[in-house]
Design a binder for this molecule. Structure first.
Ligand code: SAH
Ligand code: SF4
Ligand code: F3S
Length: 475
């Protein structure tokens, strides 16, 4: 299909879905139905959930915080680690009892877990109370699937192996008025040997720059001042698209959109972080001085077994260049402990990288075996006790470092985008610095009308620091 034909097919499909949404809305009119949606996993899933909410609310469902009282309960699931999956199975068991006393309620599961054959088989065999199951490639069809379930006596399972068209033009219900997530690409081609994502999210595909820019212009017109660009590996954006577009060029274009004041993105893969990008980051006033750059392991030997495509030395070199280009850069990362074959010596390299780089925040994970990935069948799986002991040492270092990074803000003044009225403490607002540090602060000028401050930029003096947030006063 040509690009234009693809665009037309996608618009046609969106129009078809909108028609179904309208039809279902009429059919359910006056019933005052509610939905409950729980999301597991990464920002990608949270953004998908904004789309699912958009569809449900357009049909006429209202959101309910209580899953035992909602008419439609939907879980958007994550498969990245075993404990994410266990949480969902726990919920499925819990809902079985709830449904006994409320047989009319509809239960649905979607997202990454559903893209695994084994999970679907277990559901079909042992969890007949689930009404609707769909995956990551067809979530825009929620209205159609819901309608099909209402017209059928048995559960509906609709899972696709790969995507067909990318369907975008459907209602979305943003969580925040002033910030928005924007998908710039889907899927992943990297096949890190521990990771399930390429199997459940499919091959990497980039959206056209014009479509992304159009979406961001609409968001800006709607009052959005901050965008988060999403992709599993944003640094490879543009591969496979015609012309010479790449992530650095896309950022330069987004920067020109009037009204957008902060640009963030995730996730960056170190192997694809280009000199071009470093230059754009260094020169930009809107791209936030913040970078999430997972390194996973500090041992070049383990990195090779993980298929990450860089070494300890090349990673550290990259960090050095980034810090030189953006001196106030805040760095965050992901680290896996206990990958098959990891020795104490390998682990010491991981501690060494943390020590040398200095992270504002590190997300640390115990390696979790994912069926179907190459690492699952590697020998030398690390004993749980050993991995846990290493994990605790790493965590202690990361927490200490996070505290030091926080403490370095005390006494200084920063521009803060106000994000929320703190619901636990009276008169306190919460917001973020450009470098993404969270601050809770008092003394907002709009005192008494605190919610009016949400979405505005204030100057805040930082007066205190904890490992994971700052405290301060508006000036
Ligand atoms: N695309 C992103 C990460 C997506 S998954 C990237 O490449 O950085 C988020 C994080 O989960 C990963 O960075 C990794 O640290 C962790 N992770 C993925 N698979 C895992 C597994 N099998 N066990 C433990 N942690 C895992
Ligand atoms: Fe997983 Fe690696 Fe792709 Fe990230 S880059 S989603 S860790 S396979
Ligand atoms: Fe994200 Fe989990 Fe899927 S990390 S892409 S929701 S497997």
């Amino acid at each position: 299909m040509t690009r234009i034909a693809r665009r037309e097919a996608s618009q046609e499909e969106a129009a078809r879905q909108k028609e179904i949404i309208g039809r279902l809305g009429k059919r359910l009119e006056g019933q005052e139905l509610t939905y409950h949606l729980s999301t597991f996993g990464c920002q990608m899933n949270f953004h998908d959930s904004e789309k699912l909410r958009g569809i449900l609310e357009e049909i006429g469902y209202r959101e309910s915080a209580d899953e035992t009282k909602a008419d439609f309960v939907l879980y958007n699931t994550c498969a990245v680690r075993e404990n994410a999956e266990q949480k969902v199975f726990g919920k499925i068991g819990f809902l079985k009892n709830v449904k006994r006393s409320r047989p009319h309620m509809l239960l649905a599961l979607c997202g990454c877990m559903m893209q695994q054959e084994g999970v679907v088989q277990t559901l079909k065999r042992s969890h007949r109370h689930i009404d609707l199951v769909f995956g990551t490639h067809n979530l825009y069809r929620l209205a159609e699937l819901l309608e099909a379930r209402m017209d059928s006596d048995s559960p509906i399972y609709d899972i696709w192996d790969s995507h067909q068209e990318i369907v975008e033009d459907l209602p979305t219900r943003r969580t925040d008025r002033h910030k928005a997530s924007v998908n710039i690409m889907y899927g992943c081609n990297n096949f890190c040997t521990y990771c399930i994502v390429p199997y459940v999210r499919g091959r990497e595909r980039s959206r056209n720059p014009e479509e992304i820019l159009e979406e961001i212009r609409h968001l800006a017109a709607d009052g959005v001042v901050e965008v988060m660009l999403l992709g599993q590996n944003v640094n490879s954006y543009g591969r496979g698209l015609p012309g010479h577009t790449n992530f650095a060029r896309l950022l330069e274009e987004i920067e020109k959109v009037e009204g957008i004041r902060r640009i963030r993105f995730m996730t960056s893969h170190p192997k694809d972080l280009s000199e071009d990008l470093i230059r754009v980051l260094g020169a930009s006033s809107k791209i936030c001085p913040q970078l999430h750059l997972p390194f996973q392991s500090g041992s070049s030997r383990i990195l090779e077994r993980m298929n990450r495509g860089y070494t300890k030395e090349s990673y550290l070199e990259l960090i050095r260049k980034m810090k030189a280009a953006v001196p106030e850069l805040a760095l965050t990362t992901d680290i896996i402990v206990g990958f098959p074959g990891e020795t104490e010596e390998d682990f010491l390299h991981t501690l060494d990288v943390v020590d040398q780089v200095g992270y504002d925040l590190a997300y640390t994970f115990l390696y979790s075996k994912r069926t179907g990935t190459p690492a699952a069948s590697m020998g030398e799986q690390v004993e749980e006790e050993v991995a846990k002991e290493r994990f605790n040492r790493l965590l202690a270092l990361c927490n200490r470092q996070a505290y030091d990074k926080s403490a370095a803000h005390v006494g200084k003044v920063f521009e803060v985008l106000v994000e929320a009225v703190n619901d636990r403490e009276n008169g306190i607002l919460s917001g973020r610095l450009a470098n993404n540090h969270l601050v809770h602060f008092s003394g907002a000028p709009a005192e008494g009308f605190l919610d009016r401050a949400v979405g505005t930029f204030l100057q805040v003096k930082v007066t205190g620091a904890k490992s994971f947030y700052l405290t301060g006063e508006a000036i």
